[in-house]
Each structure stands twice: as C-alpha cells, then as structure tokens.
Design a protein around this ligand. Sequence first.
Ligand code: GNR
Ligand code: NI
Length: 173
Amino acid sequence: MALREIIILPDKRLRSVCKPVAEINDETRALVADMFETMYEAPGIGLAAIQIGVPSRVIVMDLSKREAEAEPRVFINPEITWSSEETSLYEEGCLSIPDIHEDVERPSRVKIRYLDLDGNRQEEDAEGLFATCIQHEVDHLNGILFIDHISKLKRERIIKKFAKAAKRAKQEA
Ligand code: GNR
Ligand code: NI
C-alpha cells in the first residue's frame, strides 16, 4: 500500500472522462488499497481514482462516524440508474478543492449499479449523505466537480483563487 498525492484544481486531469475497468485484477486491488490509504489519511469520506491521477472508474467511500467501526466500500464502473425529482441541499467539499465548502443541490435519492471488488454486480438505493457522496464521486469519473453545480460567479472566483495559488507555487519552486 502507498499513500498517493491528491491532485488539486486547476490540474486538468480532474476534467478527464475516466475509463471503465475492464478486468478486476491485482492492479485494481492495489489501486483500491492506495485509494483507501490516501482517503483515510486526508481525511475524506470518498475518493475517485482520478483524484490520485488514475483515469479509471473506481470509487472508494467510508461514511462511518469517526468513533465507529470503519465501513470501507468500493464502487467499480458505477452508474446512476435513477434519480429522484426531489432534491436536497448539502454543504460539499472536495479533497481536490481544499478549504472550499458550498451548498450543492442534487437529487435526494438515487439508484446505483456497480461492480464490487469481487466483480459481482450490485444494485443499491442511496439517500442522505450516501446519495450526495456517490453523486459527487460519479461526477469525478466524468470530469465534473461540485463547483460546476454552484453559481458561475462563485465558481469563477474559486477557479481564479486556485489558478493564482498554482502560479505562485510555480514561481517559488
Ligand atoms: O471528504 C469529502 N467530503 C464530502 C462532503 C460533502 C460532500 C461530498 C464530499 S466528498 C469529499 C471527498 C472528495 O473530494 N471526494 O471526491
Ligand atoms: Ni471530490
């Protein structure tokens, strides 16, 4: 297992449309292990493979409370097969856009289909934080970030802030 670097805005790789996993093998299992290590260390509640620079349709998640037992979950080639008309507002953050938190409106409930790490097809209903998080992560697989769901004014301010920070970091290097 290895801790991997989380890529942050304005890294263009975050806009990649990620490729489906063709075969679940040792490489997939090693990727998932690295993703869990990186997510728990951050710490975060979810992570898409592209956030460590790997353009594959793989997500890890753990929504358990800090004091409770860990509940690691893996979603390979996930699809949202249904979304409710009803929406919810949730304050989102993203490990690839550190220290920014904004309310995002999304469907309150979704149905998802995915492969687990054994390659078994799974179907699940998601609501609450699970629904928000899986939608946030599936967006990553399609090159979409939570700031794409907020006002253009707020989004452009955030993008500018990160572009400036990247420029400064480059000058100092
Ligand atoms: O750690 C995370 N917290 C979070 C909070 C509200 C909505 C979504 C998230 S996902 C985020 C980790 C991350 O960036 N996943 O892609
Ligand atoms: Ni994110």
